[in-house]
Design a protein around this ligand. Sequence first.
Ligand SMILES: Cc1cc2nc3c(=O)[nH]c(=O)nc-3n(C[C@H](O)[C@H](O)[C@H](O)COP(=O)(O)OP(=O)(O)OC[C@H]3O[C@@H](n4cnc5c(N)ncnc54)[C@H](O)[C@@H]3O)c2cc1C
Length: 482
Amino acid sequence: MEDIVIIGGGICGCSLLYELSRYKTKVLLLEKENDIAIGSTKANTAIVHAGYDPEPNTKMAKYNVLGNALIQKMCVDLDVLFKRIGSLVVGFDETDRKTIEKLLEKGIANGVKGLRIIERDEMFEMEPNLSREALCALYAPSAGIISPWELAIAQAECAVKGGAKVQLNAEVKSIKKEKDYFILETSNGEIESKYVINAAGTSSDLVSQMIEDKFFEIHSKSGEYFLLDTTESGIVNTTVFPCPSALGKGILVSPTIHGNVIVGPDSKSVERGHNECTAAGLAGVKKGAMRLIPNVNVRASIRNFAGIRADAGLEDFIVGESDKVSGFFNIAAIKSPGLTSAPAIAKDIVSALKKKKDLKFEANPKFVSKRKVVRFKHLEAKEKETLIKKNPLYGTIICRCQTITEGEIVDALRRPLPPHSLDAVKRRCSSGMGRCQGGFCGPRVQALISRELQIKENDIPLDRADMYIITGKTKNEKEGSL
Ligand SMILES: Cc1cc2nc3c(=O)[nH]c(=O)nc-3n(C[C@H](O)[C@H](O)[C@H](O)COP(=O)(O)OP(=O)(O)OC[C@H]3O[C@@H](n4cnc5c(N)ncnc54)[C@H](O)[C@@H]3O)c2cc1C
């Protein structure tokens, strides 16, 4: 019997797993896909929001501001890329100025530090490429940029090293409540647990319905993006937003932590499970971005993608124990700023679980609080030389666009929760994230996965299970002809 089962390995599930791994509780995370951080956590804007958007006195406001503060130390401890670059919400007329003043008030009420309204001279000094139509902006110095999937992976890796368990390819199909425990039927068999945490993202309503608690419904809202080549870096220095509207925070232009520029997202209702980009959607994103930064060059796009928001039509997150079924907790309807909020949500759930008499929260002596990974391209020449002498695998570049070495890929394949797909390697060490999008390194990474994990190349998926890269041979080997 497990003490706690977490359903869903996104940023919320992984943050909770990490927080719980501080204690000797028996925790198991179940993820239906072949890797963690594969839902909304892998496809979003990757901004650590300052916290002026949420309405004061909401869970969203509390978790956003607390999460923003927690993330910095966590990223240092877990060696995850994060930078406080600040954000601007830009106004174009007097109506926008009123919106900005309102955001400032909300931010102050929420406890956001350093917020102020700036006027044209200061604004253009900060962002020389900003539209000359712009009038003023709300400056939030505490906003940051991060690699969301790396944070989730780092948390899960440390938790697993400290004794917590993760089952991949384990979809929860049904949940039955017995007197004081749950029986979960999964694609991997039955699991019993005293407590269940629903962190299933856009499927969190379906999971909640499994225990007959139908008090919310998730509607999928897609947001489409352009990811621009690193050639465009410097077009903005901060995250530049327009004023928010009923559709959300609006189409922004921002540096990414990996040196690219991200442009998007729009907001459109879609059927569950759909995350396609459309010509009309992308045209709208381009138009929105050019209103802020007229010379933004979306022709330098190296990838388009869409992320899916878990929207329950509420102004707040759903976080806490179910009113109907004791022992069942929801971390649901976690739309933006869910990434920023996740570490704070995890702490609150742990506090609630600590009140349960049948759980013991003794400190885990094996808790892993820190992690270090090699990022070869960030090292000084001397450090590179020493590293290659120690391990010659760091002397072979596998991904030319991102300068990722064989040593880094092999490291990722040997860490806890090893990746089994090409994209899972990409999420761990950024191979294939550059201009050629894996055109050069893809087959080489595939060969390394095959060599290290003893899997046939034909059996290595691109991303999700059943998305194979190699489907057959193009040559008749015997005759050497096509
Ligand atoms: C377009 C967009 C932009 C955003 N921008 C930002 C931003 O800049 N800053 C910010 O703070 N937030 C942002 N967010 C919000 C943030 O991305 C999400 O709040 C966060 O990723 C949600 O994490 P999660 O763990 O709840 O869900 P997910 O990451 O979706 O994880 C849920 C997991 O549950 C698994 N699962 C589902 N059903 C089952 C089942 N039955 N059994 C087992 N596993 C299951 C899924 O496979 C998935 O891996 C954005 C979101 C979107 C979509």
